[in-house]
Design a protein around this ligand. Structure first.
Ligand code: NAG
Ligand code: NAG
Ligand code: NAG
Ligand code: NAG
Ligand code: NAG
Ligand code: NAG
Ligand code: NAG
Ligand code: NAG
Ligand code: NAG
Ligand code: NAG
Ligand code: NAG
Ligand code: NAG
Length: 668
């Protein structure tokens, strides 16, 4: 399969397990009853033709291993969503049979020996039937008329995938978790090492390795998404929900559009993936996946070698501090870690001595200094970062070759400091230059658990403010460039507001967030405050006002109402800054607004100077909105300004500037 969007470059990743299509004669029914068992080539099909159940052979295997499985009926790529006998294949499907026997659904092999069973102990008196429902639930129930007594269902016994409307639950009575468990490999559906389960105490998802070691946590459920899976919010396909009561705690999800074919799988690589089927391309489209970084996966590349990024290993210099070129090993500070097992205690008095003890011992890979000095010898397995509230963590210092430390975030590569953390220059293995933002740990609960890193396209020409507010640099920006930049920004905002699949309000448009590529094309950056609003929604109310003062519209500051018009306000401020080369201080906007208020066409709309004084003195941003302006009379006010020629914008602004300066003069 071709997963262009799969971010794991080195992995042969199989989302679902796909098979070649061979034709199965169908029984034409959705039910297995005592007298109608499928065997051999026969399948059963759910009544809406969504799912089909029968024997299959996984992968391209030439081994004849047959399993009873369920797949989508309507799509051309055979995609298995459930397997009955995942650990006990049969080698000859013709003489094998799945039938109801002694109150259970049982798979008999060639020798008519049961090799898989629903294992129900209580026997039901009535006749039983097994029905493949159209939602992909295979149920064993009382077959007597009108009875809805459910004895067993595949939704309670999932394999590697989790279908819409199924629950992934923790049973509060039996303290048992349901698991979504990866296949061993693409040819073997037997349980692999990765299992997804609900962690009731934190209302989150957790992936465990080897049935015990937790290696990934989704972060707590916030009502809409998992805190550490922000990408979940970026779709209107799924509606996830979490239910917790005295009996159980579970996640489930539904589809807004039931005609969409979609699923959720635990991949053989240990990654959970949310997918939807694209009929036009005949491919599974990856909506989001976690964990993103292979090294988040326990022991993925053997012993955890943080420095190597799982891809390369650089030998440590090992106490070689005599080297002139500064290649001495260094330490990477990893705060808030669950310290690895098997530390060795070194009797030294302070942390710098502890550091030297590790630095000077070739076998030492890390140290920590709490009330005493601990060092670790050899491989470190399963390094885990904890949430900050956890008191059992400590700061681990991981030994790295100096060359690696300089490439993973050195000061020499620092480009600047953004609102949520420092930004560094980096290079992808392909050679493409990128900007990397390390989100600071203090900037929000959603990123507490592990360090979050954002990758950006590297913009060699920095940001717009660098040019327009610098007398020398602004000489490099002729009018044509400025106009192109304005057009580019407007196009970008239009895309966010209207043309993208989601309606996005940026909320922090300002010159320093407009980056310029090598051709001086503008790119809107820093979506830290951006909000996605509903499909038709153009307005929302928030409780906490955030943004950059001077770019925030009055209705937002005062009422917390933000709409796409909020960005329009900020855009206008940016526009004025680009043209004027003057930094918008709060006073600038205030003066501009006052200026506009004073040049309104209708004299009664105009402010009096006493009000102007108050507005200039006061802290309030609650300025009235200018109506029809005097100097616009004679112009076409009804048409959109986007058709205006640059000259006319220039002219208009020139007028505005003059008038507002004029008012300033009068006042001072
Ligand atoms: C059927 O299963 C039993 C028990 O696992 C096994 O001993 C027997 O060899 C199997 N029969 C065939 C034909 O594989
Ligand atoms: C039924 O029980 C057997 C033996 O305890 C076990 O190996 C098998 O996995 C169980 N089957 C199911 C579907 O739970
Ligand atoms: C089953 O339900 C139908 C409609 O609700 C009813 O007419 C019928 O008598 C019921 N049959 C039995 C055996 O209960
Ligand atoms: C996996 O778990 C089993 C039992 O819990 C344990 O014996 C085994 O050592 C673990 N394997 C690894 C590689 O940690
Ligand atoms: C999402 O699912 C929950 C639980 O089933 C339901 O209460 C809610 O109305 C759904 N939301 C939407 C927008 O459909
Ligand atoms: C789970 O059950 C215990 C008692 O069995 C109860 O104290 C607890 O509140 C329950 N949890 C939830 C989430 O209801
Ligand atoms: C919990 O289970 C009991 C017994 O099955 C049932 O009566 C009760 O309604 C359940 N509670 C919820 C919230 O589903
Ligand atoms: C120390 O550096 C020298 C020169 O680069 C190298 O030959 C030697 O192997 C290094 N020692 C260790 C222990 O790595
Ligand atoms: C650590 O202890 C050593 C030896 O007692 C001392 O020389 C050094 O100054 C101490 N360093 C710090 C940071 O306290
Ligand atoms: C490194 O430290 C370990 C544990 O304290 C010790 O066994 C080993 O001998 C040390 N190696 C060197 C070269 O000092
Ligand atoms: C923008 O960047 C390119 C490539 O780094 C450079 O050649 C060009 O001179 C820059 N433009 C300005 C106006 O600085
Ligand atoms: C992988 C990588 O980009 N390494 C570079 C990191 O930075 C140092 C010095 O700045 C370069 O020498 C490395 O090639």
């Amino acid at each position: 399969m071709d997963y262009k969007k799969n971010p794991w470059p080195m992995m042969l990743s199989f989302l679902f397990i796909c098979l070649s299509l061979n034709n199965h004669p169908s029984l034409g029914v959705d039910t297995i009853s005592a007298d109608l068992p499928p065997s051999g080539d026969q399948t059963i099909i759910s009544n809406g033709w969504n799912f089909e159940l029968g024997f299959f052979t996984p992968g391209s295997s030439s081994r004849s291993n047959y399993y009873i499985g369920m797949w989508y009926k309507k799509i051309s790529r055979r995609t298995i969503v459930w397997v009955a006998n995942r650990e006990t294949p049969v080698s000859d499907r013709i003489s094998c049979v799945l039938r109801i026997s002694d109150g259970n659904l049982v798979l008999f092999n060639e020798s008519q020996i049961p090799i898989w069973s629903t294992n129900l102990s209580s026997t039901s008196s009535g006749p039983l039937e097994a029905v493949l429902q159209d939602d992909g639930n295979f149920v064993l129930r009382d077959g007597s008329a009108n009875s809805s007594k459910l004895l067993w269902q595949s939704f309670d016994n999932p394999t590697h995938s989790w279908l819409p409307s199924a629950k992934l639950a923790y049973n509060n009575k039996t303290k048992q978790n349901m698991h979504i468990i990866s296949w061993k490999n693409s040819e073997d559906p037997a349980p692999g090492p990765f299992a997804l389960e609900v962690q009731q105490s934190t209302s989150s998802f957790i992936i465990r390795w080897n049935k015990s070691v937790p290696y990934w946590n989704s972060g707590p459920w916030d009502g809409k998404i998992f805190s550490w899976v922000p990408k979940m919010s970026a779709n209107f396909i799924y509606n996830f929900s979490y239910v917790s009561n005295e009996n159980e705690s579970y996640f489930t999800y539904s589809l807004y559009d039931p005609s969409i074919i979609s699923g959720f799988v635990m991949d053989i690589s240990g990654q959970i993936q949310q997918l939807s089927w694209m009929e036009s391309t005949k491919q599974w489209n990856l909506l989001w996946s976690q964990p993103k970084i292979q090294c988040e996966v326990y022991a993925f590349c053997g012993p955890f070698d943080f420095s190597a990024g799982c891809a390369r290993k650089t030998s440590l210099q090992c106490g070689n501090d005599s080297l002139a070129n500064g290649k001495r090993d260094k330490f990477w500070e990893m705060p808030n870690m669950k310290l690895p097992d098997h530390p060795q205690t070194v009797a030294v008095g302070n942390s710098s001595e502890c550091e030297s003890a590790c630095l000077n011992n070739c076998s030492c890979t890390a140290y920590a200094y709490g009330d005493h000095c601990s060092i670790w010898i050899g491989d470190l397995l399963n390094l885990q970062q904890l949430t900050s509230s956890n008191t059992y963590g400590g700061t681990l210092y991981l030994k790295l070759a100096a060359s690696e430390l300089s490439s993973n975030f050195s000061d020499e590569n620092k480009l600047g400091q953004g609102g949520y953390g420092p930004v560094y220059k980096g290079k992808l293995p392909s050679g493409q230059e990128i900007a990397v933002k390390r989100l600071s740990r203090v900037s929000g609960y959603c990123i507490e658990g592990s360090e979050k890193i954002l990758l950006y396209e590297y913009m060699p020409n920095k940001s717009l403010d660098f040019f327009i507010f610098d007398q020398k640099q602004s000489m490099n920006l002729d009018w044509e460039m400025r106009f192109n930049i304005i057009l580019g920004i407007a196009r970008g905002i239009l895309y966010l507001h209207q043309d993208s699949r989601l309606r996005i309000i940026h909320r922090d448009l300002k010159t320093s967030n407009i980056l310029l590529d090598h051709k001086m094309n503008p790119k809107i950056s820093d979506f830290g405050l951006a909000r996605i609003v509903g499909d038709r929604q153009t307005e929302a109310i928030i409780s906490k006002v955030a943004g950059t003062y001077g770019y925030m519209s009055p209705e937002y500051v005062i009422d917390g109402i933000f709409s796409i018009k909020f960005d329009v306000f900020s855009f206008s401020v940016v526009l004025l800054e680009i043209i004027s080369g003057k930094r918008n201080t709060n006073q600038f906007v205030k003066c501009l607004n006052i200026g506009l208020l004073c040049v309104q066409a209708n004299p009664s709309d105009r402010s009096t100077l006493s009000i102007v004084m108050k507005m200039l003195d006061g802290e309030t941003v609650n300025l009235p909105t200018p109506k029809r302006l005097a100097f616009f009379i004679g112009r076409d006010q009804s048409s959109s300004t986007s058709s205006n020629k640059p000259e006319s914008i220039n002219e208009q602004f020139h007028n505005i500037k003059n008038k507002s300066q004029c008012i300033q003069c009068q006042i001072s």
